[in-house]
Design a protein around this ligand. Structure first.
Ligand SMILES: Cc1ncc(COP(=O)(O)O)c(C=O)c1O
Length: 449
């Protein structure tokens, strides 16, 4: 029997509470070690950082002191909460966002999917502008990435070019909601449905975003999340695969858990009640189901301590998302004044982003991106590029088999002229004003204004 949410909650609540004096000491230690308010000009204003509070650390300690280190009630609870928040059917926790992408993709190669399984040599539509581990699973599974250009200023796939990329070998689309801004889900989902393609939403940078009032992560067959400290909630390292297509749930679990056929939770046996009387492959009848492997799998599981931190963090998700939106809106308001020098970011039509960063594309004939970011970094303002820029230009990708649809003109432009500033919830008005003042100071120094 699978434990109900009520039962899990009961078990979670019955876990030994930390004794008062231990709690007090831990609170003091944790409180000392967590980030204090940043002073502009003195402390580095990072482009991305977590907002970690004493209660998050204590939650992790609670799980640790419970003595069961791998998947248990905290993991189950976080899976339930994530699925519920995103409106997905299921969530499966993993050890990173990159693992989530790998797991989601590997799931689609399962022979259990028959004709629809992705095979070596199949084509998968994606973008070259973004994070490498959105694209890597395509290559790691022997498939061919088909790169489509992006739009500026949404920094998302140019939806009108996608149909041209589809051939008889196309099996899937895997793309990210760039910097928290959803891609055109109505156009992409329509194409995926029309051509029978799998859709994976890389939602690693966009927890809390919606498209036509529906949460991102609930549209694709699967979606992925990252809980690396830069992201909307953190578990240190960590991530999740969200599953909307019920056919895929068992395959995700198997691929994540060494490829085994058995779906018992760690520490449990015989959940199916038929542990010793099944016959699989060429194995003898009754071979212990715990050691029957139906996929060439991985071990990508999250630990209980990480999940406990996540359970504490997710309680604050609405505040985190709102703070990111507020900071982005404020920066946009301030930077209107510099529109002559920068392309300002825009949400995709129909989207309500959950911003990861504030992207600026320098109008190259005026502002030199490299000079500006160096200036900002000297002034202790952290900047980030749009991850890989154009992934096809990187050393590791020189020999890979791939296709490009048309030209990657905007992708190249972003590689050369764009960068982003932070909007994470720890930033306040004084930090945003400091960013604005410093950019203004630079423009003055260069005699642009
Ligand atoms: C869009 C996107 N996908 C995947 C990842 C990988 O996540 P992780 O660092 O947890 O492996 C990142 C990382 O920031 C990302 O931005």
């Amino acid at each position: 029997m699978i434990e109900s949410l009520e039962k899990k909650n009961e078990r979670l609540n019955s876990l030994d509470a930390l004794p008062e004096h231990v709690l007090h000491s831990l609170e003091q230690i944790a409180g000392k070690n967590i980030r204090k308010r940043l002073v502009p000009g003195e402390d580095l204003i990072q482009a991305a950082a977590p907002v970690l509070e004493t209660e998050d650390i204590l939650s992790g300690v609670h799980a640790l002191l419970n003595g069961w280190l791998t998947e248990d009630v905290y993991c189950q609870k976080l899976e339930q909460q994530l699925a519920q928040y995103v409106g997905a059917r299921y969530a499966s926790l993993v050890n990173s966002g990159s693992s989530a992408n790998l797991l989601a993709f590997a799931t689609l190669t399962s022979p259990k999917l028959g004709e629809r399984a992705i095979r070596k040599g199949d084509e998968v539509i994606t973008v070259a502008a973004g994070f490498p581990t959105t694209v890597n699973p395509i290559i790691q599974n022997g498939c061919v990435p088909v790169f489509v250009d992006i739009d500026i200023p949404t920094y998302n796939i140019a939806a009108d070019l996608v149909e041209q990329a589809i051939t008889s070998r196309t099996k899937a689309i895997i793309i990210a909601h760039s910097l928290g801004n959803p891609f055109d889900l109505s156009a992409i989902k329509k194409l995926a449905d029309q051509y029978g393609l799998w859709l994976i939403e890389d939602n690693c940078d966009a927890l809390g975003a919606t498209f036509n009032n529906k949460p991102c992560g609930s549209f694709g067959d699967m979606a992925t999340l990252s809980f690396y400290p830069a992201h909307h909630i953190t578990t240190g390292e960590g991530g999740a695969v969200l599953i909307n297509n019920p056919r895929l749930k068992k395959i995700v679990t198997s691929m994540r858990n060494w490829g085994r056929d058995c779906w018992c939770m760690p520490g449990l046996d015989n959940t199916c009640g038929t542990r010793f009387n099944q016959q699989h492959g060429q194995l003898p009848t009754g071979y212990d189901h715990k050691y029957v492997f139906s996929h060439i799998g991985y071990n990508l599981k999250m630990t209980e301590m990480q999940a406990a931190i996540g359970v504490s963090q997710i309680k604050k998700i609405d505040h985190f998302v709102e703070a990111r939106r507020h900071n982005h809106a404020r920066l946009k308001e301030l930077f209107q004044e510099f529109e002559e020098f920068f392309v300002l970011p825009e949400p995709t039509a129909g989207a309500k982003p959950s911003w990861f960063g504030f992207m600026l594309t320098c109008r190259g004939n005026k502002v030199n991106r490299n000079k500006l970011v160096q200036y900002l970094n000297q002034k202790k303002i952290g900047t980030r590029l749009f991850f890989a820029g154009n992934i096809t230009k990187h050393p590791a990708y020189q020999e890979i088999e791939h296709k490009v649809i048309g030209e990657l003109r905007n992708t190249d432009r972003v590689m050369e002229e764009a960068f982003w500033l932070g909007v994470w919830p720890g930033l306040e008005e004084q930090h945003l004003m400091y960013m604005y003042d410093t950019v203004k100071e630079y423009l003055k120094q260069e005699r642009f204004i």
